[in-house]
Design a binder for this molecule. Structure first.
Ligand code: 5GP
Length: 190
């Protein structure tokens, strides 16, 4: 936990007031030592749940989900953001509203990789407005899989996502809580 916390504090940079850039270890360059610590922390939290599969979203969720999956010994399936020939036409869909682009897009998982009764853990890098998590929950619901838990690496507690999801009955466990990015200072909670 200390490694993750210190890495966020030392390498995180504040952009446009409310965006935390972590591309030196999580979003562009990948620091596998830090990713491994993240994987272990997720396993500590969710390891007893006997999940069948981890669900995440491309691109930035994949690295953390894959490393976490080594501890859980389960497959990872990632929701895709674009339609391509590589994706079966038969998909479960969730909608995600992007505040930055001011538009809604669909995320999709092929039906063959997510099905009724499968026990699912959702993992992602950030919780900000909660749209990505909401979209993945929609996919799990549609597929009639069973949601066992939801975890994110970094929650931006000053943004409305956590509360919005809570009102929908969705609890999100976060490894790191960023309580403020004001004055370009990264403030972390407990
Ligand atoms: P949402 O607003 O739906 O909770 O977050 C959507 C996605 O935007 C997250 O999965 C994450 O990839 C990205 N995101 C949101 N806020 C931040 C941020 O402060 N820093 C970075 N690097 N990504 C973010």
């Amino acid at each position: 936990y200390e490694l993750l916390r210190n890495t966020v504090l030392e390498q995180g940079r504040v952009l446009d007031g409310d965006v935390l850039k972590v591309d030196s270890f999580l979003n562009h360059q990948l620091d596998v030592r830090v990713l491994n610590a993240i994987g272990k922390l997720f396993y500590q939290q969710f390891g007893e749940l006997k999940i069948d599969k981890i669900l995440t979203a491309e691109v930035s969720g994949i690295a953390i989900a894959a490393i976490a999956a080594q501890y859980f010994q389960v497959p990872v399936v990632f929701a895709k953001k674009t339609l391509s020939k590589n994706l079966d036409p038969d998909t479960w869909e969730g909608s995600v509203y992007s505040y930055t682009k001011q538009q809604t897009y669909q995320i999709r998982v092929a039906k063959r990789y997510l099905g009724k009764g499968e026990k699912i853990l959702i993992l992602d890098d950030f919780l900000a407005n909660g749209q990505a998590i909401k979209g993945m929950h929609q996919i799990v619901k549609e597929s009639e899989a069973v949601l066992m838990g939801t975890g994110v690496v970094i929650e931006k507690s000053f943004q409305p996502g956590k509360e919005m999801l809570r009102e929908k009955g969705i609890h999100v466990h976060s490894l790191i809580k960023v309580t403020s990015l004001e004055k370009e200072q990264i403030q972390l909670g407990q």
